[in-house]
Design a protein around this ligand. Structure first.
Ligand code: UTP
Length: 410
C-alpha cells in the first residue's frame, strides 16, 4: 500500500494532483480506498489515447464480398449441418458484452435489466436468452454462455439474472467475468473525481473482452469445454440471433477466422461502419471515411454497391486466432461522454451534455487482426433492433415496433 506522500509524488509527476484535493475531508477508510484507486490507474492509457487523437491513420481500402441472403440460401443445408454439428459438440460459445454503461438509455441499472414490455415484463436479457434457447433446443445441447460485466454493473447483473432464474437457462452453463476499468478525464486530460473520495472510472470499452477473459480465468472454461468458436454479441439488440447454426456453419465452411453478421445499408450514405479490406486484411471503414467514389463504386458481379454491408456487432471468432493476437496492442479510442464529477466547490455534478473523455478499445478493431472474414448478410428487420436511446433512432420505441413485426408479444 503506497503512502499519501508517494501517491502525491506520482500525481505531481503525472500532472494529476487534483485527485487529492479533498483528501483531508475523507474518513480513514475513504483515504485508503482513494490512494489504492489512484495507484491502480493506468496513466499510459490516457497519454496514449490523447496522443492518438485525430491521428487515425488508415491503410488502403478495397471491397470485401459479403455472403448475401441469396447465396446463403444456396448453401444453407450444408452450412446448417456443419453449424449444428459444431454446436452439438460444444465447439461454440456465446459471449455477451454487457459491461457498457448504457448512458444514452439513461437508466441506472444494467441495460439488460431494461423492461421493453408493454402488457407484461420483457427484459432485454430475457429476449437474448430466449433467442439463445431456441438454438439450444434445436441442437439438443447447451451452449456455454459467457457474460462480461464491469465493476459498475456486475453485482446487479448477477443478482438480477439469479432472481429471474436465468430466464430458463441452466446456470451451470453461464460464466460471468468482469472487464477492466479506465479513468475518465476532462477535455484537457485531467482525471475527474466522481466523488470526493473516488476517481471517476468507466469500463474500458468492449475491445478488451478476450484479454479480460484471460485475466479473470474465464478462459479456463473455454479451454476445458473445448470451445473453438466464440460468438460475440452486444446486449442491446433484442432481435439478436446468437450461435445461429447457418452462420456458424458458413464461417467454418468458408475457412474464415471470423464471421461477421452484416445488414445491407439502407442508403448509400447511411451512418454505419461498412465491412471492407484494409491493406488486404478484413476491416471496417467508417461512414465518414467513405468518399463519393467509394460510396458509389459498383461490384461488377452483383451490380450492387461495393461497400454495402454494415456490421451489427455480432461476430464469430475462431479461438485459436484469438490466442494468436492476444498480446497485440489494440488502438485506443477517446470517446466524448457525460461524466459525473466534483466541481470546484466540492459538489457532485451529473452533466446533461458530454463534458470529457473516456478511453476505450473496440471489438471492431479485432476484425483487422484476423486474416480472413466472412461478412454474412442477415435481414435487418428480422435480426437488428438495437436499444441505444429512449426514443427516436435505435430506441426502445423502434425496437418495440420491430419486435411486433416479428410476432414477439410485449
Ligand atoms: P455501446 O457502444 O452501445 O456502449 O456498447 P454502452 O456503454 O453500452 O452505451 P452508451 O454509449 O453509454 O449509451 C455496445 C456493446 O458493448 C458493450 C455494451 O454493453 C454493449 O453490449 N460494452 C461497451 C461493454 O461490454 N463494455 C464497454 O466498456 C463498452
Amino acid at each position: 500500500m503506497k503512502s499519501y506522500e508517494e501517491t502525491l509524488k506520482l500525481l505531481q509527476d503525472k500532472g494529476q494532483t487534483q485527485l487529492l484535493k479533498y483528501y483531508d475531508e475523507l474518513s480513514e477508510n475513504e483515504k485508503e480506498a482513494l490512494l489504492e484507486q489512484i495507484n491502480n490507474i493506468d496513466f499510459d492509457v490516457i497519454d496514449a489515447g490523447i496522443a492518438a487523437m485525430g491521428k487515425n491513420e488508415r491503410g488502403s481500402f478495397k471491397p470485401l464480398k459479403a455472403l448475401r441472403i441469396e447465396d446463403i440460401e444456396k448453401e444453407k443445408d450444408k452450412d446448417l449441418e456443419t453449424g449444428l454439428d459444431a454446436i452439438k459438440n460444444g465447439k461454440v460459445g456465446a459471449m455477451l458484452l454487457a459491461g457498457g454503461m448504457g448512458t444514452r438509455l439513461g437508466s441506472d441499472d444494467p441495460k439488460g435489466m431494461y423492461n421493453i414490455g408493454l402488457t407484461k415484463e420483457v427484459f432485454i436479457f430475457q429476449r437474448i436468452i430466449e433467442n439463445l434457447l431456441d438454438v439450444v433446443n434445436k441442437a439438443g445441447a447447451y451452449i456455454e454462455l459467457f457474460i462480461m460485466t464491469s465493476d459498475k454493473n456486475h453485482d446487479k447483473t448477477v443478482a438480477f439474472l439469479k432472481e429471474k432464474n436465468y430466464f430458463g437457462y441452466d446456470e451451470k452453463h453461464i460464466t460471468f467475468f468482469k472487464q477492466e476499468m479506465a479513468a475518465a478525464t476532462d477535455r484537457n486530460g485531467k482525471i475527474y473525481l466522481e466523488e470526493k473520495g473516488r476517481v471517476s472510472t468507466s469500463p474500458n470499452g468492449n475491445g478488451g473482452w478476450f484479454a479480460s477473459m484471460i485475466r479473470t480465468g474465464a478462459i479456463e472454461r473455454v479451454k476445458s469445454t473445448g470451445i473453438e468458436w466464440l460468438n460475440v454479441f452486444a446486449v442491446d439488440n433484442v432481435l439478436q440471433r446468437i450461435a445461429d447454426p447457418v452462420f456458424v456453419g458458413a464461417t467454418i465452411n468458408h475457412n474464415c477466422e471470423i464471421g461477421a453478421k452484416v445488414v445491407k445499408k439502407a442508403a448509400r450514405d447511411e451512418k454505419v461502419g461498412v465491412m471492407c479490406l484494409e491493406d488486404d486484411k478484413p476491416s471496417i471503414v467508417e461512414y465518414y471515411e467513405l468518399d463519393d467514389k467509394m460510396m458509389d463504386e459498383i461490384d461488377p458481379e452483383t451490380g450492387e454497391r461495393a461497400y454495402n454491408y454494415g456490421v451489427i456487432l455480432n461476430y464469430l471468432f475462431n479461438v485459436k486466432a484469438l490466442f494468436r493476437v492476444a498480446d497485440m496492442n489494440m488502438p485506443l479510442h477517446v470517446v466524448e461522454k457525460k461524466i459525473q464529477y466534483v466541481d470546484d466547490k466540492g459538489a457532485v455534478v451529473k452533466p446533461e451534455e458530454p463534458n470529457g473523455y473516456k478511453y476505450e478499445s473496440l471489438v471492431l478493431d479485432m476484425i483487422h487482426m484476423m486474416d480472413s472474414c466472412l461478412p454474412f448478410e442477415v435481414k435487418r428487420n428480422y435480426e437488428f433492433a438495437p436499444v441505444k436511446n429512449k426514443t427516436g433512432v435505435d430506441s426502445v420505441e423502434s425496437a418495440r415496433a420491430l419486435c411486433k413485426e416479428n410476432g414477439i408479444e410485449l
